[in-house]
Design a protein around this ligand. Structure first.
Ligand SMILES: O=C(O)[C@H](O)[C@@H](O)[C@H](O)[C@H](O)COP(=O)(O)O
Length: 256
């Protein structure tokens, strides 16, 4: 079990800047070690702020973006280009401003894509794409250097919601209907797939996240509070602003 570590920053803007700096360093380190890097993106406001901050960092140009693999942890099941899609937001905030290799960018299927308007088929298709890129000896997913997650007020991560049937889906990618956070239909990596990542970063800002963050770090159950079930292979890092960290046990926080 990797013990979670926590970094707290004064406000959402500084948090986004700090996470952006961490992400650039993480990509650089991965490329120095492996010749390539892989990141799993998520959606939401603080994630978009991080992507924008990466785009504004001069050091971003030190990354060989042509050797970065981009995956998604979840996606809203909407037509391609829909402004509410996590892919659309990530492209606008960062991906379309750096020289990525399009073949290494793997968005989750859109509702008007080859899988058609069937989220189950879309989830199965993404699972096949993950398996096709899987590392030797691992049948289902490639190596993820860092997997980023936002945290919902209810403790959801990606599109894994509390007390939702998705918890009982033992496939790597699941179709989510009845999402309590609109839009109602999504696709998501399941928690076991999320937890294959080398490092998982949970990023949260705002007082409305303090309860979920505090409960997750106090050991709540993953079905009731999915963020509590997140654990990276070598690192689980909570990246918070002061408001979201209000209930973090003092022994866990390193205040910035
Ligand atoms: O599709 C989504 O909305 C995200 O994947 C979701 O998991 C998000 O990261 C959290 O809800 C936090 O969102 P905020 O950072 O906007 O609060």
């Amino acid at each position: 079990m990797t013990e979670a570590s926590v970094a707290v920053h004064a406000d959402p803007d500084l948090l986004a800047q700090a996470v952006a700096a961490r992400l650039v360093v993480k990509l650089l380190d991965a490329q120095a070690e492996r010749g390539q890097a892989s990141v799993v993106l998520t959606g939401g406001r603080i994630a978009a702020a991080v992507y924008r901050a990466v785009g504004q960092l001069p050091a971003r140009d030190a990354v060989d973006w042509s050797r970065v693999d981009v995956w998604w942890g979840d996606e809203r099941f909407l037509p391609a280009g829909d402004l509410e899609r996590n892919e659309t937001q990530a492209r606008a905030a960062l991906l379309d401003t750096v020289p990525l290799d399009p073949a290494r960018v793997h968005p989750m299927p859109a509702s008007d894509g080859p899988a058609g308007d069937d989220p189950e088929a879309a989830a199965a298709g993404y699972a096949r794409e993950l398996a096709a890129a899987a590392r030797p000896g691992n049948a289902i997913v490639p190596h993820f250097d860092v997997l980023m997650l936002g945290v919902g007020e209810d403790g959801h991560v990606a599109s894994v919601f509390p007390e939702h049937p998705v918890h009982h889906d033992n496939r790597p990618v699941s179709a989510v209907r009845g999402s309590p956070k609109p839009p109602p239909v999504r696709t998501t990596l399941t928690l076991p797939t999320i937890n294959t990542a080398e490092e998982v970063w949970l990023i949260a800002a705002g007082a409305d996240k303090a309860r979920a963050v505090g409960m997750a770090l106090a050991g709540a159950g993953p079905v009731q509070l999915p963020a509590a079930g997140v654990q990276g292979v070598s690192r689980t890092l909570w990246l918070l602003d002061r408001a979201a960290a209000a209930n973090v046990p003092p022994r866990l926080r390193s205040l910035r």
